[in-house]
Write a protein that binds this ligand. Structure first.
Ligand code: NAI
Length: 403
């Protein structure tokens, strides 16, 4: 079969496996290039055995690559929920990211294991525990919590909590990008109900992060000095109606507060929980956030013009080798700010000048539509130089690729 991108709304319905390989290699090269330019420091404190929940794409994948292929040379366990190839389709990009991270790690002599399943399930927790015992000397030094999902099982009721990306207390109208039609569409979001707020906090708040840390602690799987980090977004004022002040923001505030409980849990090990506030970026999860995409278009344009644009991998290199090891590099709320360049005055002034002018006729010129669209395609393995997109790929060859 010849694989061409299939996009529905803001969802990619397929991926190109060998483009995912190119993406993984590109990210590894980025890390190695940053190491060579000495922009990142090696610290003795960098973690060596790392569990990454949500390791197959976006920030979790970038965390994994930065920690494995940077100076930490860490061994990693990556947990993700992905689909392999079958008669129904080629499988998901995250599946192939796992496959090729493992191949590159094997070639570099690094220990790595992929566990593919529902991170909310007891079964996956047990698999992680067994892997830590059998392959990681019984302990991990760091847990990266980077799950992004719309649903979480409610074990008591046998139902699901479902997140809703909505404003709180007001109706919000604005543009949202449609990647399938390449258009900017006007949309109106009604305020979330109390139940929608509560369920979004259940799905994207801190409870499951704490549950994971408690499980690992109860089973004596955390090393002395064990650290954990989870990711958040705050953003500038014009995104607050839909993000920081909306349901997702409520969930993130809950996540920030959960650090206190996890720090108490880790105190006997002298461990530490951190939340890193990251930059707005195109990922599988973020293009789903209605109303955020016009901001992304203008932000990309402004940050590229000022030479400050980063993708997940550059963000994670800066996080793990510059900001995280420097315990003084926290804001007044104790958060690590990798969104510092996004929120700098120069970038925000440029954004403020353009964003109010953006409309369905001019968004390609005023915003970096081409850049955002290319990053979206690349998340799914398309648009890489050096990949033969006309090649006939057999399903059997793909089934032989194991994560
Ligand atoms: P993503 O969609 O690229 O990755 C999500 C990961 O979670 C994937 O590896 C997926 O397989 C895994 N996952 C989802 N449900 C799972 C389940 N039930 N069991 C096991 N694995 C599961 O998401 P992204 O954007 O990297 O988000 C990660 C974190 O970063 C989130 O907390 C998000 O809020 C945060 N963040 C994202 C920003 C952005 O602009 N994309 C900005 C700042 C923070």
């Amino acid at each position: 079969m010849i694989i061409q991108p299939q996009i529905q709304g803001v969802v990619a319905r397929n991926c190109h496996p060998y483009g995912c390989q190119a993406s993984v290699r590109d990210q590894i090269e980025t890390v190695r290039a940053l190491v060579q330019t000495n922009e990142i420091a090696t610290k003795d404190s960098t973690p060596k055995r790392v569990l990454i929940l949500g390791a197959s794409s976006g920030f979790g994948l970038a965390s994994r690559i930065a920690l494995m292929f940077g100076p930490a040379a860490a061994s990693t366990i990556g947990v993700s929920f992905e689909r392999g190839p079958s008669e129904k389709g080629v499988g998901s990009a995250g599946w192939y990211n796992n496959v090729f991270v493992k191949q590159e790690a094997d070639a570099a002599g690094l220990t790595t294991t992929n566990i593919i399943g529902d991170a909310f399930s007891n079964d996956v927790r047990q698999q992680v525990a067994e892997t830590i015992r059998s392959q990681f000397g019984g302990k991990v030094d760091m847990v990266v919590y980077s799950l992004a999902t719309g649903v979480r099982p409610n074990p008591e009721k046998g139902e699901f909590w479902r997140s809703a990306i909505k404003p709180v207390g007001k109706t919000v109208s604005g543009y949202s990008i449609n990647l399938e039609n390449q258009s900017l569409d006007l949309m109106t979001l009604p305020p979330a109900t109390e139940q929608e707020i509560d369920e979004t906090v259940k799905v994207m708040g801190g409870e499951d992060w704490l549950n994971w840390m408690s499980f690992l602690s109860d089973n004596h799987l955390l090393a002395e000095g064990c650290a954990t980090v989870s990711y958040s977004y705050i953003g500038p004022k014009h995104t607050h109606d839909i993000y920081h002040g909306g349901t997702l923001g409520k969930a993130k505030i809950d996540l920030h507060q959960t650090r206190t409980a996890i720090n108490t849990l880790l105190a006997p090990l002298s461990g530490q929980a951190d939340v890193a506030v990251c930059k707005a970026l195109v990922t599988k999860a973020s293009v789903f956030i209605p109303g955020l995409t016009p901001y992304l278009l203008v932000l990309y344009k402004a940050m590229k013009a000022q030479g400050l644009h980063e993708q997940c991998i550059e963000q994670m290199v800066r996080l793990f080798y510059q900001k995280w090891p420097n315990k003084d590099d926290r804001d007044e709320d104790g958060l690590i700010r990798v969104d510092d360049w996004e929120l700098s005055d120069d970038v925000q002034h440029a954004v403020n000048d353009i964003l109010p002018l953006l409309n369905p006729e001019n968004f390609r010129e005023l915003g970096d539509f081409d850049g955002v669209y290319q990053e979206f395609l690349q998340l799914n393995g398309f648009e890489f130089d050096g990949v033969d997109y006309q090649a006939d790929i057999s399903l059997d060859a793909l089934k032989a690729l194991l994560p």
